[in-house]
Design a protein around this ligand. Structure first.
Ligand SMILES: Cc1cc2nc3c(=O)[nH]c(=O)nc-3n(C[C@H](O)[C@H](O)[C@H](O)COP(=O)(O)OP(=O)(O)OC[C@H]3O[C@@H](n4cnc5c(N)ncnc54)[C@H](O)[C@@H]3O)c2cc1C
Length: 329
C-alpha cells in the first residue's frame, strides 16, 4: 500500500488532494489522507469579509471530499519525522507516509514588530477574524498595518461596511505598491472615496493596545489594530530538517519536491517555488496550481515516469475594494 498524506486543507492542499483523487481513482494499493486542524474549509482570501462582520459559506471538508475515497483526519500536525516517514497529529496519533505533501500555508508575521502578537488582530484563521468582528461594535477607529493587497482589501472592506469607522491604512509603501501605476491610481481613488486615511512611507515600530507607534516618534491612535505585515510559515518543516529558505518555506525543485527530501512535496504559501522571475509570493492563484502540479508529479512518479517542471506566471492580479469595486494589475 502506498500512503500519500497531504498536510493542510487550504487552497493548495485541497487542490492537491482533489487532483490526486481524480488521477489515482481506481488505482489499487494507494491511499490518500488529508489532515487539517479544522474540519471547516477556511476561505482565507475572504477573511477580511468575516472580520468586518459578514458571514461566509459553511464549507465542510468531509462534505467536499464525499465520493473521492480520500480519508480526512481532523487534527493539528505537531511533528514530521522524515527518517521514519511518520506524522504526529495532536501529539497522540501517528500517520505513516510514503509520499508527503506539505501545504500548511502561512500566517501574519506578528513577530516582526513588538506588541503585534499581544495587541493586534490578524486574518490568519476564521477564529482570529471572528474575534475582530466581535470587537467591532463600539469600535470607532481601526489601524490596518501593512499596505500590501491584504491590507488594502481589509481597509476597503472595513470602510465600506462601517461608514462611521475611522480607518487608518499604514505602510512603508503606497497602497498596493507592487501594482502598475494605473492600478495604484485606481486603488488610491477607491480608498479616498471610502474615506480611508492613508499613511505611506511609515515605519511601524510598535503596536500598543491603543494604537501604533511610528519611527520618528509619531503615532496613530486606534481602538483596534489589524496586522497584515508580512507572512511567516509553520516552523514544522524546518524542525523536521527539511531545507527551508529564510522565511521557513520548503525549498523545492522544479517538480515541487523538497530539495533535501524528495519524497516530500511542498505547495502553496508553505513552499519557496522558484520561477524565472524569482520566488513566487503566496497567493491562492499561484497556490492552487502548485497543488495540482504536485498531484500530477506524484501520479507520474507512481507510474514510473519523471515529473515535469512547474511553470507559472501572473497575467492578472486582482484586489477587492469592498463588495462592489475591484482592481487588477
Ligand atoms: C485577507 C486576505 C485576502 C487575500 N486575498 C487574496 C486574493 O484576492 N487572491 C489571492 O490569490 N490570494 C489572496 N490571499 C492569499 C491567499 O489566501 C493565500 O495565499 C492562500 O490561502 C494560500 O493557500 P495555502 O493552501 O498555501 O494555505 P492556506 O489557505 O492558509 O491553508 C493552510 C491550511 O493548513 C492548515 N494547517 C496549518 N497548520 C496546520 C497544522 N499544524 N496541522 C494541521 N493543519 C494545519 C490550516 O488550518 C489551513 O486550512 C489573501 C489572504 C488574506 C489573508
Amino acid at each position: 500500500m502506498t500512503s500519500i498524506v497531504v498536510l493542510g486543507a487550504g487552497y493548495a492542499g485541497m487542490a492537491a488532494t482533489m487532483s490526486l483523487a481524480g488521477r489515482l481513482r481506481g488505482r489499487p494499493g494507494v491511499r490518500i489522507t488529508l489532515v487539517d486542524g479544522s474540519d471547516r474549509f477556511t476561505e482565507r482570501l475572504r477573511l477580511h469579509q468575516l472580520a468586518s462582520g459578514q458571514q461566509l459559506a459553511d464549507l465542510r471538508i468531509p462534505a467536499m471530499l464525499a465520493g473521492t475515497g480520500v480519508r480526512f483526519v481532523c487534527g493539528w500536525v505537531t511533528g514530521i519525522d522524515t527518517a521514519s516517514k511518520k506524522i504526529r497529529v495532536d501529539d497522540e496519533s501517528v500517520l505513516p507516509y510514503d509520499v508527503l505533501v506539505v501545504a500548511f500555508g502561512g500566517a501574519a508575521d506578528t513577530g516582526a514588530v513588538p506588541g503585534a502578537a499581544e495587541h493586534a488582530f490578524t486574518l490568519d484563521s476564521a477564529h482570529n477574524a471572528s474575534a475582530l468582528a466581535r470587537r467591532m461594535p463600539g469600535t470607532r477607529s481601526i489601524a490596518v498595518c501593512g499596505s500590501g493587497l491584504t491590507g488594502v482589501e481589509a481597509a476597503a472592506e472595513f470602510a465600506e461596511r462601517h461608514p462611521d469607522l475611522r480607518v487608518e491604512l499604514i505602510g512603508r509603501t503606497e497602497p498596493a505598491g507592487g501594482m502598475s501605476p494605473k492600478a495604484r491610481a485606481y486603488v488610491a481613488g477607491a480608498l479616498e472615496r471610502l474615506r480611508v486615511s492613508v499613511h505611506s512611507g511609515a515605519e511601524i515600530v510598535k503596536i500598543r493596545p491603543d494604537g501604533v507607534e511610528l519611527a520618528g516618534g509619531a503615532g496613530v491612535a486606534a481602538d483596534a489594530v489589524l496586522w497584515t505585515g508580512g507572512v511567516r510559515v509553520s516552523p514544522l518543516a524546518a524542525a523536521a530538517g527539511l531545507e527551508v529558505d529564510a522565511h521557513g518555506r520548503v525549498v523545492v525543485d522544479a517538480a515541487l519536491r523538497s530539495l533535501s527530501h524528495p519524497s516530500v512535496y511542498a505547495v502553496g504559501d508553505a513552499a519557496a517555488v522558484r520561477q524565472g522571475y524569482g520566488t513566487m509570493h503566496g497567493t491562492c492563484q499561484g497556490g492552487m496550481p502548485t497543488g495540482a502540479h504536485a498531484a500530477a508529479s506524484i501520479a507520474r512518479e507512481l507510474a514510473g515516469a519523471e515529473p515535469k517542471p512547474f511553470r507559472f506566471g501572473y497575467i492578472h492580479m486582482p484586489v477587492s475594494l469592498g463588495r462592489n469595486d475591484a482592481d487588477g494589475l
